[in-house]
Write a protein that binds this ligand. Structure first.
Ligand SMILES: Nc1ncnc2c1ncn2[C@@H]1O[C@H](COP(=O)(O)OP(=O)(O)OP(=O)(O)O)[C@@H](O)[C@H]1O
Length: 366
């Protein structure tokens, strides 16, 4: 399902590789934790799977495809098989919960009927039944992450990548998110999650791949195999890794069951989470001009059509009209540069424009 063969990634201007000769195979249906100290290469590993970055050496296969052979234009189609969740949620702050989840589907041209069925079903699955009309700032941190997870899985991806999804959440809320990810995995989705949370990893007892300075120093299959080691290294190979203090206790994990209890009455990070979301997503309005400029010439008409269709349905569904470029109380002068569509959809990190961004937007509606 995911295979790294001797993958090395060295970023421009860096002398040390972020990933160094990494060889890993992740099978369909696995739940894999990617652990390691800050800077050990976890996010780089995930970005390579998404084809947000290219390996300097080595090959990567995802879902049977050699990523090196996927043309830039086909990348958006490839990414439709992947869902991504980030630490900072990255919701669209001026769209309600329903629209945050529906938006990706609209842009890729799913029918209105499909959307009307899939979105409520997915919101129910993540424990947000009845909260479709809430705005992100009206949600707790855990609820916002549930929306982000709903958005990531609504198109039924085969693989879910999660980069520190509990990093901004308190222990109880984190446990709820982990039970949700477990359930998504149990339905057949392969989950790869980067985390610093030793407590979560200890409790879940799933496969653990540990990176240190870009090298795989441990690869253990724990759940169901009770410590069976897939690959073992001499202790001298192991770099010292300082694990984060356990945040999620066995009690918290136990108390998180049954799944999807009404979330986070005790969530203490609501305001902080709202701020983080705003900071992460900026002022995100659907900007037809930006969208029209986002795709390649051939893609442009279809993308824009899809978005305009989406906008029409958005207004209808939410009962509010949303002028293009409108923002919540921000002036044009305040506004940060517009994000690319892929950034707004969580298909790439908001790292600013890159040389080949134009070719990496969501492609034409098929
Ligand atoms: N775009 C980039 N340009 C240059 N160097 C980078 C870039 N992205 C990551 N790096 C470097 O690559 C190494 C691995 O970074 P990466 O973000 O993959 O680590 P990480 O394990 O995810 O860290 P964290 O837990 O702090 O998120 C680090 O030394 C980092 O500074």
């Amino acid at each position: 399902m995911i295979r790294f063969d001797s993958v090395t990634k060295t970023y421009p201007g860096q002398s040390k590789p972020a990933l160094d000769e990494v060889g890993v195979e992740i099978l369909r249906g696995e739940f894999v934790f990617l652990v390691g100290a800050s800077g050990s290469g976890k996010s780089s590993f995930l970005r390579l799977i998404l084809k947000e970055e290219k390996p300097t050496r080595g090959t990567i296969h995802v879902l049977g495809q050699d990523l090196g052979s996927i043309s830039t234009r086909k990348v958006p189609y490839f990414r439709r098989s992947l869902g991504v969740v980030f630490q900072d949620f990255r919701l669209l702050p001026n769209k309600n919960v329903y629209e945050n989840v529906a938006f990706t589907l609209r842009v890729i041209g799913k029918s209105r009927g499909f959307i009307h069925q899939a979105v409520p079903e997915t919101l129910k699955l993540v424990g947000l039944d009845g909260k479709g009309k809430r705005m992100p700032h009206e949600l707790s941190g855990g609820e916002q992450q549930r929306v982000a997870i709903a958005r990531a899985i609504v198109n039924k991806p085969q693989i879910l990548l999660a980069d520190e999804p509990t990093g901004n959440l308190d222990p109880v809320t984190s446990a709820g998110i982990m039970t949700l990810l477990e359930r998504i995995n149990a339905s057949g989705t392969t989950v790869v999650m980067a985390t610093h949370e030793a407590g979560i990893v200890d409790q879940m007892r799933r496969r653990v791949i540990e990176l240190s300075s870009g090298e795989v120093v441990r690869d253990e299959r724990t759940a169901g195999y009770d410590g069976e080691t897939v690959r073992e290294f001499e202790p001298s190979d192991l770099a010292t890794v300082t694990a984060a203090a356990p945040k999620v206790t066995p009690e918290a994990m136990r108390d998180a069951e049954p799944l999807y209890v009404e979330p986070e009455a005790t969530d203490e990070v609501t305001d902080e989470a709202a701020e983080i979301t705003a900071a992460a997503t900026g002022v995100i309005a659907v900007d037809r001009a930006a969208l029209a400029g986002a795709g390649s010439t051939a893609d442009r008409t279809a993308s824009t059509d899809a978005t305009e269709r989406a906008e029409g349905e958005t207004s209808e569904a939410s009962g509010a009209s949303e002028p293009a470029g409108a923002t919540d109380g921000a002036t044009a002068a305040d506004a940060p540069p517009p994000r690319t569509l892929a950034e707004r959809l969580g298909l790439r990190a908001p790292a600013g424009p890159r040389a080949d961004d134009d070719d990496q937007e969501v492609g034409p509606v098929s």
